[in-house]
Ligand binder design. Structure first.
Ligand code: PPS
Length: 313
């Protein structure tokens, strides 16, 4: 997730936003969950003008958009996409030299441009690579009509929940201090930022005729075939050696060591505190949920996960 490090103090909640009950487990001053179009967002989204970002955004045919629910493998897929589209065999292991945040501005976080001295999305003249955690139904209409290429990654909800729990503890604009059980209950109720989770995934999967939907687990199991799928979807031709090179440079270990992909700069800027929660590149495994759920809890969670939900619109 990319959220500004600091937020202005005052907020006026517009009529089409609904304040949600204050959750004292979020201990960052002023942190509030707010509902917008059925989606749980927060005061920082509002303060930093998400509605204006959504109104002003104009999708372009050449746009490449990586969408996800937070902590589902966004960063990983972004790096794959970037390397697929910028692959130069002669660049070898050097790869991209710019921080991923600059290569992939966040659709819903335009003030990021001011804070980070970035060219605004509307002023970018080169092909745009964009990250978003927005639900499908609140994506600006032009994303859907422009022919922009949208890729979506999703992950075992139990691992998403664990990863998001740790991230919410690290993130200084949240400072979550509840237990994992508290967080999991909120996750299931949709009372977490960008919730509700099931509707998020369903919203994109329902459009899998136009959206390339991938999973974190596929990326673990056979990244080569994911790289090829991404290349086909984006109309890029890659040799076997190119694919191998991309696979090698997008491993957890390489990305964790790479300052352009490991988000350690968020520690320097104060956005996150590297604590006992670890760092942004935390474990990068499938199945860490086993350390957090009992068998019964996992069963109940999966039962909930597999229930039918009504689409948001
Ligand atoms: S965010 O903040 O929503 O954009 O986070 P996101 O990138 O979606 O998810 C972060 C989790 O993805 C893991 N990650 C990786 N796993 C395996 N391989 C690679 N290369 C990789 N890059 C990121 C990261 O460690 C977070 O998962 P957890 O389970 O917390 O380790």
């Amino acid at each position: 997730m990319s959220e500004p490090a600091t937020a202005p103090e005052e907020i006026t909640i517009p009529e089409d936003w609904e304040p949600m009950p204050i959750d004292p487990n979020y201990t960052a001053p002023g942190f509030r969950l707010l509902k917008y179009c059925g989606v749980t967002l927060n005061n920082v989204h509002l303060q930093w003008g998400i509605t204006k970002s959504l109104e002003q955004f104009q999708g372009r045919r050449s746009d490449v958009i990586v969408a996800s629910f937070p902590k589902s493998g966004t960063t990983w897929l972004q790096e794959v996409v970037w390397r697929v589209t910028h692959h130069q065999p002669t660049a070898g292991e050097k790869g991209p030299k710019t921080c991923l945040e600059y290569r992939f501005p966040v659709l819903e976080s335009q003030p990021q441009e001011k804070l980070m001295d970035m060219v605004s999305l509307s002023d970018m003249t080169d092909q745009r690579f964009i990250k978003t955690h927005l639900h499908y139904h609140i994506l600006p209409e032009s994303v859907k009509t422009s022919g922009a290429k949208v890729l979506y990654v999703h992950r075992d909800a139990r691992d998403v929940c664990v990863s998001f729990y740790h991230f919410s503890r690290m993130l200084n604009i949240y400072k979550y201090r509840g237990s994992f059980a508290d967080f999991r209950d909120n996750f299931m109720r949709g009372e977490i930022v960008h919730g509700p989770y099931r509707e998020h995934v369903q919203g994109y999967l329902e459009h899998s005729d136009t959206v390339l939907c991938l999973t974190y687990e596929q990326m673990h199991q056979d990244r080569g075939s994911v790289v090829r799928k991404v290349a086909d979807f984006l109309g890029v031709s890659l040799s076997d050696a190119d694919v191998d090179d991309i696979v090698k440079n997008t491993s957890f270990e390489v990305m964790k060591a790479n300052p352009d992909t490991n988000f350690r700069q968020w520690e320097d800027s104060g956005l996150v505190s590297g604590t006992e929660e670890g760092t942004f590149m935390r474990k990068g495994v499938v199945g860490d949920w086993r350390n957090y759920f009992t068998e019964e809890e996992s069963e109940a969670f999966l039962k909930w996960r597999n229930e039918e939900v009504a689409p948001l619109n």
